[in-house]
Design a protein around this ligand. Sequence first.
Ligand code: NAD
Length: 305
Amino acid sequence: MKILITGGAGFIGRHLADFFSKKNQVTIFDNLSNSSKKNIEFLIAKKVDFVKGDILDYEKLKQTCIGFDLIIHLAAKSDVADSVINPDDTIKVNVTGSENVIKCCIENKIKKIIFASSSAVYEDSKIPVNENAKTNPLSPYGESKLEVEQKLKKISLEFEIDAISLRMFNVFGEGQNDHYSGVISKFLKNISKNKPIEINGDGTQTRDFIGIFDVVTAFDCAIKNIEGKKGQVYNIGTGESISINELVKMILKITNKKVEVIYRKAKRGEIKYSVSDISLAQKELGFFPKQKLEKELIKLLNRFN
Ligand SMILES: NC(=O)c1ccc[n+]([C@@H]2O[C@H](COP(=O)([O-])OP(=O)(O)OC[C@H]3O[C@@H](n4cnc5c(N)ncnc54)[C@H](O)[C@@H]3O)[C@@H](O)[C@H]2O)c1
C-alpha cells in the first residue's frame, strides 16, 4: 500500500512510519513545527519519503496526496494546556487542517482514513469509559478532536470512504517529546539528572498509560479491519489507570533514588480521572495491549543511563 502519514515526523508518527515502511511505501507530510529533520533521518535512510508541508496549505497537501491508498492523519496541535491559552490556533490546525485532509481524500479518491483522536473528548470518569460514554471535552483540543470525528463519520457515509478514529489515551515511549503531554518522559529525564519531579495538581489525577508499541499495533489492527467502517471510534488504552503520585512512587522505587517532589498548580483543560474500556477495540479490531507500565519504565530508564 501507499500510505501517507500527516504529522509523521512526530512521536507517534515516527514509530508508525518505521513499522509500516517495512511492507508499504510510506510518505511523511509534516511542517516540522513540533519535530525536526534530524528526528526522521533514520526513516529517510529506510526509504520513507518526506514532504515538508502544512495541512493548512490545501494545494500542497492535495498535490502530495495523489495516488495514496490510505491516510493516517496525525498532524495536530497536541498540547492540551496550550489549546486553552490559544484556542484559535488549535482549532485552525486541528479542525480546518483536518477538513483539508478529508477534502483531499475525497478529491483524490483515497478510500481509507485513520484519524488520531483522543481520550480528551470524554469528561472525568473514575470508571472505565466506553465509546458510548458522554463526551464533554474540557479543552479546545478535545473539542477539536470530537468535531473531526463527527465530520469523518459524515463524509465516510456520503463518499463511501472507510474511516476509523482511534481515541488514544496517554501514549508513552521512546522518542516522546517531554515538552508537553509526555509526563513520563519528563519525570524520567529529571530523575536521571537527580532533579526534582514536578507534578501539576495534587497528583491524585489518574491516567491510562499505553505504550507506543501497543499503539502501533492498534493502528495495524485498525488498518486490517477498516473495510466497511464508517467513522467508528475505538478507545485505545490499557483499561487500567494509575495516579500520578503512584507513577512517581513506581519510578522512585525502580531507580532507588530520592528526589524532591514539587507540586504545582493544576493545568487548565486537563481532565482529572481517565481510564479506558477497550472491549470494543478488542472485539472489532482484535486489539490486545501487551506492554506493562513498570517493565517499560525500566527499559526507558536504561536508555537514560
Ligand atoms: N501522545 C499522546 O498521548 C496522544 C494521545 C491521544 C491523541 N494523540 C494525537 O496523536 C497525534 C500524534 O501525537 P504525537 O504525540 O505524536 O504528537 P507530536 O506533536 O509529536 O506529533 C504531531 C506532528 O504533527 C506536526 N504538525 C503539527 N501541525 C502541523 C501542520 N499544521 N501541518 C503539518 N504537520 C503538523 C508536528 O510537527 C509533529 O511532528 C496527534 O494528533 C495527537 O493529538 C496523541
